[in-house]
Design a protein around this ligand. Structure first.
Ligand SMILES: [Zn+2]
Length: 212
């Protein structure tokens, strides 16, 4: 890709600031401004699953692989944004079937969560159904991204949206803001902070119009 213009880049990350919403039981974001006497810096406090972030197997499996095991090639490359704005409660197998999802694809889903915005926490956010997660795992996609702070229904005992994908090494990206994104093909670039954590990390994610 030559001469990238700003119009070719869509930022799909949530801003991180004190007072922003976090998923229930996750730490609040706090910034404290410090001075060395000659310059300023901030002490920041936040959970690894704050805002736009990725989940790795250690998020749900004790002792499983963490952030240092994630290959960057999986986080950069072609992706497809699927229109799921008409979905009522959760994304089901029947919502995915018509999209002919292929082996190795990076799939992002735009739901009505993006339209509602992320200034408040809505407990009835659109999530991925357990059977639909198994369907995606069978397709052996590379990455699945959703515009909700969690891929699974709040409080549900069905852990499959996390476990079936992470068991197969499929990366989960949560907290995407797809309000300005039309369904279609893009290049996904999602770079997490290089935190040596076992469970995940905040990520700056963008979409590029066109191929790299
Ligand atoms: Zn997460």
């Amino acid at each position: 890709m030559k001469n990238l213009k700003i119009a070719d880049i869509i930022d799909i990350s949530l801003p991180i600031y004190p007072g922003m919403i976090t998923y229930p039981k996750n730490p609040d974001v706090a910034f404290e401004r410090l001075s060395t006497g000659v310059s300023f810096l901030s002490h920041i406090s936040l959970g690894t699953h704050t805002g736009t972030h990725m989940d790795v197997p250690g998020h749900v499996f004790e002792g499983a692989s963490g952030m240092e095991d994630v290959g960057l090639t999986r986080l950069v490359g072609p992706c497809r944004v699927l229109d799921m704005t008409r979905v009522k409660e959760c994304i089901k197998v029947s919502d995915l079937e018509s999209h002919r999802i292929r082996l190795g694809e990076r799939v992002l889903v735009r739901t009505k969560n993006s339209r509602r915005g992320f200034k408040e926490f809505y407990p009835d956010y659109i999530y991925l159904d357990g059977d639909a997660a198994e369907y995606l795992a069978k397709k052996r996609i590379t990455l699945f991204g959703i515009d909700a702070l969690s891929i699974k229904k709040r409080g549900s005992i069905d852990q499959r949206p996390h476990t079936t994908l992470l068991k197969k090494g499929i990366i989960i990206v949560e907290g995407l803001d797809l309000a300005r994104v039309k369904p279609g093909k893009y290049t996904f670039v999602g770079l997490p902070l290089r935190l040596d954590t076992p469970d995940g990390a905040p990520m700056r994610a963008i979409l590029l119009k066109g191929k790299l």
